[in-house]
Design a protein around this ligand. Structure first.
Ligand code: BTN
Length: 269
């Protein structure tokens, strides 16, 4: 692993301009899943903004029971503990907000144009560069304005060049797209700042404002899609019409408009 350059936490700390996101930080070499460690830390009273960072996960996971593979010391794999007031039915918008943050950060730092594939994949030229896994802390109580916590897990491929094995969507990384390696410290600092601003807006703005803001970032709206609720489920064919005010996907089918809060979109055909 001679070509691995260790993450420089003091360089990262000097770049971090957030109010809370990224502080305090628990950094690990190898863990099962940063989401699991963050959940455990949250249950023991971690404050909002706390960050769990790892160079490698042995059981990194994604949506729909898929795994997340990332080479040691090359990329960013982390989980943020975020206290928020977003009601459960609007969580879809917050996930899209996180994807928009990644898109904005890649554009700002590298002029790299990414697309968001509903609900949580960030793609560059059709290849997956980042995935997001939001997991709610279940409290059992549910009333308006209630403060809840979410574990926001993000995997972003940064300096990994080779992706051995089979993948559902071909992966890529920032360095593959740019043809050069980049500073993970700068990227994480900028991304946390953008996430803090964007997810703050997700709590402040109303559904219509967010809907307008987020729908424009999504790939494939207006195009034919083939949709599945989960692996093995029947495919639903139609035209991706947009997202509703809670971030759920609307598909115009032969039987009329259908709305889905979760699932996987593929290209039709
Ligand atoms: C997906 O593509 O479906 C989401 C992938 C999310 C991966 C990140 S890596 C950090 C955090 N820890 C995990 O186990 N998963 C998320």
């Amino acid at each position: 692993m001679s070509d691995v350059s260790a993450f420089n936490f003091s360089a990262f700390a000097t770049r971090l301009q957030t109010e809370t996101f990224g502080r305090p930080l628990r950094a690990y070499d190898v863990v099962s899943s940063t989401n699991d460690l963050a959940r455990e830390w949250a249950s023991r009273g971690a404050t909002s903004g706390s960050l769990v960072y790892a160079e490698k996960q042995t059981a990194g996971r994604g949506r729909l029971k898929r795994n997340w593979r990332s080479t040691y010391g090359k990329n960013l794999t982390f989980s943020l503990i975020i206290e928020h007031t977003i009601p459960p039915e609007r969580m879809g918008l917050a996930v899209i907000g996180a994807a928009v943050s990644i898109r904005k950060t890649l554009d700002k730092l590298y002029d790299l144009k990414a697309q968001i594939k509903w609900p949580n994949d960030v793609l560059v030229e059709g290849c997956k560069i980042s995935g997001i896994l939001f997991e709610a802390e279940h409290t059992g109580v549910n009333h308006p304005g209630q403060r809840r916590r979410i574990i926001a897990g993000i995997g972003l491929n940064v300096n990994q060049q080779d992706f051995p094995g089979d993948f559902r969507t071909v992966p890529t990384s920032v360095s593959r797209a740019l043809g050069r390696t980049v500073s993970r410290e700068q990227l994480l600092g900028e991304l946390l700042l953008t996430l803090e601003e964007e997810l703050g807006d997700t709590q402040r703005l109303n559904d219509s404002e967010l809907h307008l803001r987020y729908q424009q970032h999504l790939k494939g709206i207006g195009s034919p899609v083939s949709f599945r609720l989960h692996d093995g489920a029947d495919r639903i064919e139609g035209i991706a019409a947009g997202i509703d005010h809670h971030g759920a996907l609307e598909i115009m089918t032969d039987e009329g408009m259908k709305t889905f809060a979760a699932g996987e979109v593929g290209e039709a055909g």
